[in-house]
Design a protein around this ligand. Structure first.
Ligand code: PEP
Ligand code: MN
Length: 343
């Protein structure tokens, strides 16, 4: 529920409403805004106290938030949220951010070579998994702590902030020590204790859409992070599971403008996991930009055929550089600005 206050409401009126809400067992949240004075009410079924609150001095009206997600909703926070990752801003304007790097950190040489190449091509965030969620327990599951050390070195060499995945609440602290942004992967998108744990770090979170999640479920996962006082969430559409097997997943591109209408959080597209095939990545990257996404996250490998994970969908360094050129031209035509563009 949102309580809209008169613009002339006094500090005392606001304090009175806040106290009233708290006494009734709900959590009040003061919502600063440029053209309104509002108090959000969190908790189960706040409509129970709607009439009582509406009668308090200084209150214009108390309106239910129509969606099950609250703090994530545009109604709650009409202005777009800007999430800053090591100085790189996602969302809230024409800026378009490209994050790139290998699926997994495999070695110092592979990571540093990729990092330098994607930085030179104009990427502004570096990706690479140290802890990898794999469908088979026998597949390469990442270098773990050694991978984190390599990521740190790659960041030092390039100056690019790093996004990397965390798999369990117990790993959050050590991953957060190195990462500029924590990724919650598709398989963990409804691991609610992990969502709370990453929320508690206050760090920027890249929240992948669960592989069979509706948009509403995805936004409720984001709500878990915001419910811990952390609004630094970037949503990532990475394809969903459908009956189609010719592609690894089905890119739900309409989710981009849909999420932007429902939520104030930035949204990026991952054309790599969405398609599973390198030859489809370029088109879907362009489509993501054209659909209005705030950025992309793309897998790149110096030798994709030798990659220990996701080689078939990884671009070569050359393909990535060519794609960036093309995105820069397209961004100009769409009145968007490539962040940290090399040219
Ligand atoms: C990844 O980014 O390498 C990854 C595992 O992504 P997803 O969780 O979207 O499959
Ligand atoms: Mn991957």
């Amino acid at each position: 529920m949102l309580i809209l206050m008169h613009r002339q409401a006094t500090r005392e009126d606001v304090a009175n409403v806040v106290a009233h809400v708290r006494e009734r067992g709900y959590q009040p949240v003061e919502l600063p805004g440029t053209d309104r004075l509002a108090i959000g009410v969190l908790g189960s079924n706040p409509s129970r106290i709607r009439d009582a609150v509406a009668a308090l001095p200084g209150v214009v009206e108390a309106i239910p938030v129509s969606k099950p997600f609250k703090q994530v909703a545009r109604e709650w926070h009409p202005e777009p949220t800007v999430v800053t990752v090591g100085g790189v801003r996602f969302g809230g304007g024409p800026a378009f951010v490209v994050a790139a790097g290998p699926c997994a950190v495999e070695s110092r040489e592979q990571m540093v070579q990729t990092a330098e190449a994607v930085a030179a091509a104009g990427a502004s965030v570096l990706r690479g998994g140290a802890f990898k969620p794999r469908t088979s327990p026998y597949a390469f599951r990442g270098l773990g702590d050694e991978g984190l050390r390599i990521l740190q070195e790659a960041r030092e060499r390039t100056g690019l902030p790093v996004v990397t995945e965390v798999l369990t609440p117990g790993d959050v602290e050590r991953v957060a020590e190195v990462a500029d942004m924590l990724q919650v992967g598709t398989r963990n998108a409804q691991n609610f204790s992990l969502l709370e744990a990453v929320g508690d770090t206050g760090k920027p979170i890249l929240l992948k859409r669960g592989l069979s999640n509706t948009v509403e479920e995805w936004l409720l996962s984001a709500e878990y992070v915001l419910s811990r006082g952390n609004a630094n969430v970037v949503l990532c559409e990475r394809g969903i599971r459908t009956f189609e097997t010719a592609t690894r997943n089905t890119l739900d591109l309409s989710a981009v403008p849909l999420v932007q209408s429902l939520s104030h959080l930035p949204v990026v597209v991952d054309p790599s996991h969405a398609t599973g095939h390198r030859h489809l990545v370029r088109s879907m990257a362009r489509a993501g930009l054209a659909a209005g996404a705030d950025g992309l996250i793309i897998e790149v490998h110096p030798h994709p055929d030798e990659a220990l994970s996701d080689g078939p969908q990884s671009l070569t360094l050359q393909m990535f550089a060519e794609l960036m050129e093309e995105l820069r031209r397209l961004a100009r035509a769409l009145d968007r600005e490539m962040v940290g563009a090399a040219h």
